[in-house]
Ligand binder design. Structure first.
Ligand code: CP
Ligand code: NVA
Length: 308
């Protein structure tokens, strides 16, 4: 069966742990693994902007011995009506895997529905599961593991990062609290799915409004932009309601003494996070960014093996 990674919970808790173990081994011995030797090609397609995802997949596929084909979809027929199902079918004839950053989750689902190679979500409006593999690897490194640790995500709790923290954090056995203002709460279906996963992993899930309640005693505090790609002109005030959610020294005073701070980047410094925090001793943000590379190499390796 072809294994796709469209949402964080497409990996079981055991599989997620296996991928993170492999990522740690790949990080320790960076050029020792070449499952894409041939080279086999991987298509990496972007409907939206990117720095980290683009470069980490490009470099990572090359490090695995493969050939990355990184394409901005404006130069393809995506914007002029080519069926995404047909694109999935065609690309499957050329490449070993398809990585896609796009808008609606229906778009990546359509590609996956007809692809005969693994399809990987490199960020959609709903989820950012590759980011979460990197985040969990970072939590393992800094906190000694994920199970039983408390992670607070504060800011736009309705966005892709919030949903991925809920699903991936629950899968990893974490206590996940997401907090955002009224009107910026997570999709209740995602919360329900995460709650169900947490029942099996010993984790827990809470959707809150109060940022202090979310952060209290947390081992990990995470945030993200208040304006995701595509939301720039949505007519909502994306500053005023979020001000109490800024990750700054005052908010972090409520967290555990040895808290680490995560931000997927790019950051809007002075909005969702201060310079002092981002550049300070509690920040694990640049380890987190590096871990995109290792986590995605492990993910691709795992999906290709599991689909063989
Ligand atoms: N964190 C992340 O996905 O960054 P990019 O948008 O630069 O890829
Ligand atoms: N929530 C952000 C994440 C960027 C990596 C966005 O979707 O733009």
């Amino acid at each position: 069966m072809i294994r796709h990674f469209l949402r964080d919970d497409d990996l079981t808790p055991a599989e997620q742990s296996t991928v993170l173990d492999l990522a740690a081994r790949m990080k320790a011995d960076r050029f020792a693994y070449t499952p894409l030797a041939g080279p086999r090609s991987v298509a990496v397609l972007f409907d939206k902007q990117s720095l980290r995802t683009r470069i980490s997949f490009d470099a990572g596929i090359a490090e695995l011995g493969g050939h990355p084909l990184v394409v901005d979809t404006q130069v393809t027929h995506f914007g002029r009506g080519e069926s995404l199902a047909d694109a999935g079918r065609v690309l499957s004839r050329y490449v070993a895997a398809i990585v896609l950053r796009t808008h609606g989750d229906d778009r990546i689902a359509e590609v996956a529905s007809h692809a005969t190679v693994p399809v990987v979500n490199a960020l959609t409006d709903g989820y950012h599961p590759c980011q979460l593999l990197a985040d969990l690897l970072t939590v393992r490194e800094h906190c000694g593991g994920t199970r039983g640790r408390t992670l607070a995500y504060v800011g736009d709790a309705a966005n892709n990062l919030s949903h991925s923290y809920l699903l991936a954090g629950a899968t990893a056995g974490m206590h996940v609290r997401v907090a955002g203002p009224a009107g910026f709460q997570p999709d209740p279906d995602v919360v329900a799915r995460a709650e169900k996963i947490a029942l099996g992993t010993g984790g827990s899930v809470r959707a809150l409004v109060d940022p202090v309640e979310a952060v209290r005693g947390a081992d990990v505090v995470a945030t993200d932009t208040w304006t995701s790609m595509g939301q720039e002109d949505d007519g909502l005030d994306r500053i005023t309601p979020f001000l109490p959610y800024q990750v700054n020294d005052a908010l972090l005073a409520h967290a555990a003494a040895d808290v680490i701070v995560l931000h997927c980047l790019p950051a809007h410094r002075g909005e969702e996070i201060t310079d002092e925090v981002l550049d300070g001793p509690r920040s694990a943000v640049f380890d987190q960014a590096e871990n995109r590379l290792h986590a995605q190499k492990a993910l691709l390796t795992y999906l290709l093996e599991a689909s063989a």
